[in-house]
Design a protein around this ligand. Structure first.
Ligand code: SF4
Ligand code: SF4
Length: 429
């Protein structure tokens, strides 16, 4: 492997201090199988690795802000003292003037008042995994005994609100909850009081290795058309009443492509490779979704993390996202925002037999088609220095005037709402 001795303007590390260790057994979790990579490990990051990781990460950044991201497995299994140590090390290692933000992704089951006080005092941004209301969350996210953990997770959200901890919801979109988009969205908005949501489609390969290999996906995976419907139904509610109040990461990412021609979300970028995964023992892998031997870049105890991230091997990984894009995607009208989405989801062949088509393509296409007009309108508002949320009034006024036209539209007519697609596939469904 070629090691480049460059410093990077920004990169992102997802550190896994407990490796794949977790106190839950979510059926769709791709990461639990990663325990097989370290058969004799105690799955706890040592102080030496912790200190090396923080020092190297801060050294390699040339940005005024640095994010230190903690993930799992379940990182809170390390206990609060581990993170107290980490924060103290960050303060020691930071260059003057550099702002450090810690983020942590958790299943929420161990969060109590002490954790919340710690998060609040140290400005941690917390990602809480929750798949919707009880019956949807319980479908796949249970503890090792198969018991529901829903109440604990909701309690964690309430505690974080009490302690004014900033948190967002990370919701997988799977075979079960994808059929209930508005139940999921309204639960987060109306019952939980959450404002920031990330939807993560479950596209889980059917194999025992946990690797991104093979061309079949499990029954738990979200169906492509269902993923599209899920996003569309939530978007339609969001764009009519919640713009500027609720933040859905995927919507913001697509809107950014309309405004400035690119999104900072890796899944919506032409190339990737700026976000690596750090295992508990210092091993660095190309991406959180590719913690596999063939994507091991090296170990930070031997090679600085900045060199691993800027290595030719990692650059090739990032470039391969666009280099392996099938012609079908290259000719797609939504390439500018989709870019074939994430490489890990590319399990299909195109209609003309080329490999590398995204499992979610059908759903992504219907979402991009359905939302292109409101996305363009919001982008235009913002370009003119206006607030994107003005679209809510514009749509309300337009829909009032459209009511009569909707009543008389033919099934094959363009939809009067102005979406650009046929009435039968839009408001005439
Ligand atoms: S493989 Fe997917 S998740 Fe990983 S960095 Fe690339 S686009 Fe992002
Ligand atoms: S919508 Fe489908 S065809 Fe178009 S770029 Fe995305 S994955 Fe490729």
């Amino acid at each position: 492997m070629t090691i480049e001795n460059t410093t990077l303007s920004a990169f992102h590390v997802m550190a896994k201090p407990t490796g794949a260790k977790c106190n839950l057994r979510c059926d769709y979790c791709f990461f639990l199988k990663k325990e097989q990579l370290y058969p004799d490990s105690n799955f706890r990051m040592s102080d030496e690795v912790l200190e090396t990781y923080i020092r190297q990460t801060l050294d390699a950044h040339r940005t005024p802000e640095v994010t230190i991201a903690w993930q799992g497995g379940e990182p809170t299994l390390m206990g609060i003292d581990f993170f107290r140590k980490a924060v103290a090390m960050e303060k020691n290692a930071a260059r003057p003037g550099v702002k450090i933000e810690n983020t942590i992704q958790t299943n929420g089951t161990l969060i109590d008042d002490d954790w919340c006080r710690f998060f609040a005092e140290n400005n941690f941004l917390v990602g809480l995994s929750l798949d919707g209301p009880r019956h949807l969350h319980d479908a796949y996210r249970r503890d090792k005994g198969g018991n529901s953990v829903f109440d604990k997770v909701v309690n964690a959200a309430k505690l974080m609100q009490k302690h004014k901890v900033e948190f967002n919801i990370l919701c997988t979109v799977n075979a079960v909850n994808s059929k209930h988009p508005l139940d999921v969205y309204r639960f987060f908005r109306d019952e939980l009081g959450a404002c920031y949501i990330q939807f993560i489609p479950i596209v889980e390969r059917e194999n025992d290795s946990g690797e991104q290999a093979g061309m079949t996906v499990t029954d738990r995976s979200v169906r492509p058309e269902q993923f599209g419907r899920f996003l569309i139904e939530i978007f339609d509610e969001w764009v009519r009443r919640d713009v500027g109040k609720m933040f859905v990461q995927f919507f913001d990412g697509v809107l950014a492509s309309y405004i400035r021609g690119y999104s900072s979300l890796c899944i919506l970028s032409p190339t990737c490779g700026e976000g690596v995964a750090l295992e508990h023992n210092g091993d660095v892998f190309s991406c959180d979704h590719f913690v596999e031997p063939r994507h091991l870049l090296g170990n930070i105890m031997q090679t600085p993390i900045g060199s691993l991230v800027s290595s030719e091997k990692q650059r090739a990984f990032g470039r391969s996202k666009s280099e392996t894009l099938p012609q079908y995607c290259r000719e797609c009208q939504f390439l500018f925002t989709c870019h074939g989405e994430c490489s890990k989801n590319r399990v299909l062949k195109t209609p003309d037999g080329e490999p590398g088509l995204n499992w979610l393509c059908e759903g992504l296409k219907s979402f991009f088609t359905h939302t292109q007009q409101p996305m363009r309108m919001m982008a235009e508002l913002m370009r003119k220095g206006q607030w994107a949320g003005e679209i809510m009034e514009i749509l309300a006024a337009g829909e009032k005037g459209n009511k009569d036209e909707l009543k008389t539209a033919g099934r094959n007519d363009p939809c009067p709402c102005g979406s650009g697609i046929k009435f039968k596939k839009c408001h005439g469904r």
